[in-house]
Ligand binder design. Structure first.
Ligand SMILES: *Cc1c(COP(=O)(O)O)cnc(C)c1O
Length: 428
């Protein structure tokens, strides 16, 4: 790319992409192929032995995926990335790379409901153990760490509560204890917040949400910050010990500051298999081209809607860090001054029943389990995304019985507010 120091919007459009060398196609083609022809037998051997980078088989790597990976790595300021089939698959590959049976990690209690399930249920079957801590009290993370701890996991902007987290305070704790900090940056997107600049080591995204941005394609990605020394403690053998299947190479020695992303690809994705389809990679990288425009409009609309709801007599409370009197406002101003995101929660007077009636009365809003679409979305977390949790876990995750969650789209704010207004008028 020609500019020496391209800005965020330039990277969103160009990073990773060049005209197709064969056809001159300007948009990245969808390389809809399972496999790639080797030049000769030595070339094939070098690719399989990790002596040379190159395409072998789309489960492991594909040129359309590669553009997406390079683009998100550039937007986050990381060294390398690995795109996979979903946000959950990316989380799975991150932990597969760093955990062993009997090991644990410390995670924020305030997380996306699906992550609470994945960590507490599926991971338990691998004998990987999550310990919950409270982001309002960073010391609780330190208290949960022991010799078997391998990482700390937080969301930069927590789903569904819409609360910002003091990333650098938690990064300091992680690094003092020799651990990497993993940050799920799905809700903020790198347009609002780049956690690597605040001490994070690994970033994970559900590409399904704001990065893809149009509610049409599943995907996930992990970004290697290139900052963490995986060899020091002996706790991360996948990265720091010889790999017999690759001729005894040590990934950390061979690949340096991209060793984590390489390990997740050539050990995790190779064996576990959740590859993203080239078509979804294409859809998501096209979405990313307009991320800065969309994200700003999401934030501006959400602030206008939150202000309007706040003064409405049928609304008990609004939890939006963009509001000046919100307890989270100072953290938002520090970490995400361009806006507070598009997702927030509020409580409707009349509790569970009123919430249900309200959701059913909306017409422009779609009632569904997603966030980060161009369209405005609504859900009642306690009966849906957070349903499998106990009521205590629901409240801790910011998804108690009276909570309604909105994901504000990029329509005209006046139309979004008019829809909320007519639905509230019908609630008795
Ligand atoms: C949706 C979501 C995930 C999971 O991503 P999928 O693409 O649905 O697998 C993880 N974290 C957060 C914050 C999310 O919103």
């Amino acid at each position: 790319m020609s500019p020496l120091n391209p800005g965020f919007s330039t990277l969103a459009v160009h990073a990773g992409a060049a005209p197709d060398p064969t056809t001159g196609a300007r948009a990245t083609p969808i390389y809809q192929t399972t496999s790639f022809v080797f030049n000769d037998a030595d070339h094939a051997a070098a690719l399989f032995g990790l002596q040379q980078f190159g395409n072998i088989y789309t489960r492991i790597m594909n040129p359309t995926q590669a553009v997406l990976e390079e683009r998100v790595a550039a937007l986050e300021g990381g060294t390398a990335a690995l795109a996979v089939a979903s946000g959950h698959a990316a989380q799975m590959l991150i932990f597969h790379t760093i955990m062993q049976p009997g090991a644990n990690f410390v995670a924020a209690r305030r997380l996306y409901g699906g992550s609470i399930n994945q960590f507490g249920h599926a991971f338990k079957n691998f004998d990987w153990h999550v310990r919950w801590a409270d982001t309002d009290d960073p010391a609780s993370f330190e208290a949960a760490i022991d010799d078997e701890t391998r990482a700390i996991f937080i969301e930069s902007l927590a789903n569904p509560g819409g609360t910002f987290v003091d990333i650098s305070a938690i990064a300091d704790i992680a690094h003092r204890r020799g651990l990497p900090l993993i940050v799920d940056n799905t809700m903020a997107s790198p347009y609002l917040l780049r956690p690597l600049e605040h001490g994070a080591d690994i970033i994970v995204h559900s590409l399904t949400k704001f990065l893809g941005g149009h509610g049409n394609s599943m995907g996930g990605i992990l970004v290697d910050g290139g900052t963490f020394d995986w060899s020091k403690s002996g706790k991360y053998p996948m990265v720091s010990e010889p790999r017999p299947e690759y001729g005894g190479i040590v990934l950390h020695e061979t690949f340096g500051n991209i060793a984590f992303a390489i390990a997740a690809r050539v050990l995790g994705l190779r064996d576990l298999g959740p590859a993203i389809s080239p078509f979804n990679a294409f859809m998501i990288q096209t979405g990313i081209e307009t991320l800065p425009l969309r994200m700003q409009k999401h934030c501006d609309n959400a602030l206008e809607v939150a202000r309007w709801l706040k003064q409405h007599p049928k609304i008990a409370w609004v939890n939006y860090a963009g509001l000046e009197d919100d307890p989270n406002h100072l953290l938002q101003q520090h970490y995400s001054p361009k806006g507070a995101g598009s997702v927030f929660t509020f409580g409707i007077r009349g509790g569970y029943e009123a919430g249900k009636n309200f959701v059913e009365g909306l017409q422009l809003f779609s009632h569904l389990a997603n966030i980060g679409d161009t369209r405005s979305l609504v859900i009642h977390p306690a009966s849906t995304t957070h349903r499998q949790l106990t009521e205590e876990q629901q409240i801790a995750a910011g998804a108690g019985p009276d909570v309604v969650r909105l994901s504000i789209g990029i329509e005209d704010a006046a139309d979004i507010i008019a829809d909320l207004d007519q639905a509230l008028a019908k609630v008795t």
